[in-house]
Design a binder for this molecule. Structure first.
Ligand code: FPP
Length: 250
């Protein structure tokens, strides 16, 4: 790890970081540019964040690129975002592969144009044996949609009511086999979860920053990691020092 470029290294690194990459539109607006220019700038940021995650030793990165609700945006923007995903795969796949990144897709594939679906599946297949960083791309992803789909498949598989457990539900989600996110970051100052990893994020730590996604760089990620390393995760329990002094601590 390049220690010279990190002001102080966090002492506790999350295994899985998930990011709501928000603020592309406002970033563009502030510069008098069309919204798609903001999304393009956001795309250029992908690589440096992936590299920073590898340097920090993060093992799983999940990026919220297109939500099930984003279909409601103007047609031109939706088309532009589809084109951006296609370009990212064409442009970055080889380098991501060389860096040891395993690409996974979470979300629906059935509403993507066949050519794009094919590209996504190819990227997943091409990188499947890599293990330096697992990059989950959430594209046409929604947390509620994911749970509905999981329940439908459990019913189709004949799962009995008494067999339904926390663990079984996790296995039916798009993220099966991926540990829950330790840290969820949202850029751009919005303070919402927006249907992202609603099951998996039950005990995640949240970090909000006013920085727009295209400006969220390695240093900004470092600040989020330092904040995370200061948090005490109690999962609804109490700490040793709390015991006996505050029975309502959570
Ligand atoms: C939110 O900003 C961002 C998006 C809906 C798209 C994010 C997509 C990318 C960064 C590029 C594609 C990424 C991959 C992994 C293929 P916003 O438009 O809601 O911004 P605003 O709130 O300022 O309007």
């Amino acid at each position: 790890m390049d220690q010279t470029s990190s002001p102080s290294l966090p002492d506790k690194i999350p295994t899985h970081v998930a990011i709501i990459m928000d603020g592309n539109g406002r970033w563009a607006l502030a510069r008098g540019l069309p919204r798609l220019a903001g999304h393009r700038a956001g795309t250029e940021n992908l690589h440096r964040i992936v590299e920073a995650c590898i340097e920090y030793g993060i093992q799983y990165l999940t990026l919220y690129a297109f939500s099930t609700e984003n279909w409601g945006r103007p047609e031109e923007e939706v088309r532009g975002l589809m084109g951006i995903l296609e370009n990212v795969i064409d442009r970055e796949l080889r380098q991501l592969y060389d860096e040891g990144v395993q690409i996974r897709h979470i979300g629906r594939l059935d509403r993507l144009k066949p050519a794009l679906r094919k590209k996504v599946l190819h990227a997943v297949d091409y990188t499947r044996s890599n293990d330096r960083l697992v990059l989950n791309v959430a594209f046409d992803y929604g947390g509620r949609d994911e749970i509905v789909y999981a329940i439908q498949r459990m019913i189709q598989d004949g799962v009995k009511a008494e067999e339904v457990t926390d663990q079984l539900i996790s296995q039916y989600l798009f993220t099966a086999g991926v540990p829950d996110p330790d840290l969820i970051i949202r850029t751009s100052g919005e303070l919402r979860g927006s249907n992202f990893l609603i099951w998996q994020g039950a005990y995640s730590e949240w970090y909000f920053t006013p920085t727009y996604w295209p400006d969220f760089d390695k240093e900004e990620l470092g600040k989020a990691l330092i904040e995370f390393s200061r948090r005490e995760r109690r999962y609804g329990g109490v700490t040793t020092t709390d015991r006996g002094s505050n029975p309502h601590a959570s």
